[in-house]
Write a protein that binds this ligand. Sequence first.
Ligand SMILES: *Cc1c(COP(=O)(O)O)cnc(C)c1O
Length: 403
Amino acid sequence: MKKSHLQKFPDSEGFFGRFGGAYIPDVLKDEFERITKAYMKLRRSHDFLSELRRIRKHYQGRPTPVYHAKRLSEALGGAQIYLKREDLNHMGAHKLNHCMAEALLAKYMGKKKLIAETGAGQHGVALATAAAYFGLECEIHMGEVDIAKEHPNVVRMKILGAEVIPATHGLKTLKEAVDSAFESYVKQIDTALYAIGSVVGPHPFPMMVRDFQSVVGFEAKEQFMEMVGFLPDNVVACVGGGSNAMGIFSGFIDDEVELYAVEPLGKGTKLGEHAATLMYGDEGVIHGFNTIMLKDENGEPAPVHSIASGLDYPGVGPEQAYLKEIGRLNIAAITDEETIDAFFALSQYEGIIPALESAHAVAYAMKLAKEKPNDTILVNLSGRGDKDIDYVVENYGVREIKL
Ligand SMILES: *Cc1c(COP(=O)(O)O)cnc(C)c1O
């Protein structure tokens, strides 16, 4: 029998074609091998999997529904748009899918603490939630500049019992938070697990996080088939690191379904104005793995911009770099302006306020709906927009959308 994509990739060294791997300092090598070994065993363990299923059902509220956005579809006069409602997860986004599983892995490995860095704070909040559930300690590193900018998420993490450690050197943003978190991790490597927040980083994280998110695609496939009677023609998801996208793509990757990765085009195509990595990046090693990345003139990760703080990452998961290379992935990009229109369109036509990240996927689906009027489009609605409402209204006002 032919092996499925998910069975074939990554290989035992964590490669998806040339992409992926583990380019890490020696102090981390043994521990990353231990994590890989533990996970390879647990991914087939009945106890681990049934505990995860129970958590998903009774704590997270899974399965999340698939919903036919009828009014939006009719107003556009094109394809039928469906939404996988990851915004209805506990805490309002898909991130909890992998954070709960990473915390469960930490518990099985006998760890006492979860460590991570966070940029805008969304990964930090999801991980702090998982730590509280399992009674694990939680240490979140965050740039001082981001701490000032993302006050509500800092407060949430503290309420959830996490320790928020400011990174005070350099530019005091995400890169410095990564340095600070790794420095602390190395000192406590026996008792802590570094929990990466997307399908990025060294092997085994791109594989593990994909596996943990694949529940989104498997559920959506079954739900869509039951609702509509056949597979969707197109599946659309926004891509920051790529976890929500790989989650939903996992359900359809071996099927005749077009997959669309939607990247943030921000304010324009100039370097520094966007974070459209797959579209404009080159091959390189970032944060311990080989992938496609946006580089500055020195080959370092370039500065990036997006209105959606969850999407402004200069790299992308190695599996998506591979899928692009073999021609399995369509790459699209959506500007800040188009995102704001989609944010209000979904709010006013469906009563669903999307996260600005997810609004990128909605914006692209709205374009695609006009191009392919006889198709069906399934969008991964990765999160809800409550976190974004003040920012949007202060900077853009309230837009009335007439389609
Ligand atoms: C963090 C985040 C994203 C981007 O992360 P991926 O790993 O690319 O999925 C997208 N949507 C929401 C709601 C997020 O919080």
